[in-house]
Ligand binder design. Structure first.
Ligand code: DHB
Ligand code: MG
Length: 222
């Protein structure tokens, strides 16, 4: 009989990470620095970081936008995947988080390809310097603003841009249309937008693992 407990989700996820991702001193040091600075451990799981890496490489992305830097763990994954000559622009509302991320990115040897923009994404997105469209956008910030961020992802992207949204499951709370939790409401509204807005073609997968029960949406700008 399958024993579907959180402990087993974690154990299976750890097996997958050991088997497919392996140990990485720079990423582990980034997590240690993030914890030492008192930031919450809400970064993507190792298998989620590897998913971002693969999506960047499968799509051939050269210019990446991340909304929500935290301590830079996912940013390191993105910056490595984009390779030399690629760029990551990452937006972080909290200056203290941005300082942790900057140190982590520099220590990981990818600092030069990452521009951290400090400020509320709602204020930074409209003033991002022109430049080429983004090839991949990773949305992982305040869930209340997911529809706003999706709109910007479409506007700052192009046909073929890949959009990834973290945390779309929220312990299954997304089924509650009348939820009063603003994060659940924002997440639902983002998913509904992905289903309805003709600029996107999308799917979403639930995940269980070291981060509990959650999920990830992947969309293509069409
Ligand atoms: C939360 C945000 C995240 O990006 C995450 O991965 C997990 C939780 C949150 O705000 O609750
Ligand atoms: Mg997240």
């Amino acid at each position: 009989m399958a024993d579907s407990t959180r402990a087993n989700w974690r154990a299976a996820d750890e097996f997958l990470a050991e088997t497919l991702v392996g140990h990485d001193p720079a990423l582990e040091a980034a997590l240690a620095a993030q914890a030492a600075a008192g930031l919450p451990a809400i970064e993507v799981a190792p298998v989620g970081g590897k998913l971002l890496d693969l999506l960047v490489r499968i799509s051939g992305a050269r210019r990446i936008l991340e909304i929500g830097t935290l301590g830079g763990y996912s940013t390191i994954w993105l910056a490595r995947a984009v390779g030399e000559g690629g760029t990551v622009v990452t937006i972080e509302a909290e200056p203290d988080n941005a300082a942790v991320a900057r140190a982590n990115l520099d220590a990981a040897g990818v600092g030069e390809r990452v521009e951290i923009r400090i400020g509320r994404a709602a204020e930074v997105l409209p003033i991002l310097d022109g430049g080429e469209p983004f090839d991949l956008v990773f949305i992982d910030a305040d869930k209340e603003s997911n529809t706003l961020y999706l709109d910007w992802a479409a506007r700052l992207g192009r046909r073929g841009t890949v959009v990834v949204v973290d945390n779309i499951g929220r312990d299954g709370e997304i089924v509650h249309a009348d939820s009063e939790d603003p994060k659940v409401r924002g997440t639902r509204e983002g998913l509904e937008m992905l289903g309805r807005d003709p600029r996107f073609d999308a799917t979403a997968l639930q995940t269980v693992g070291v981060k509990g029960w959650d999920g990830i949406a992947i969309a293509l700008v069409v």
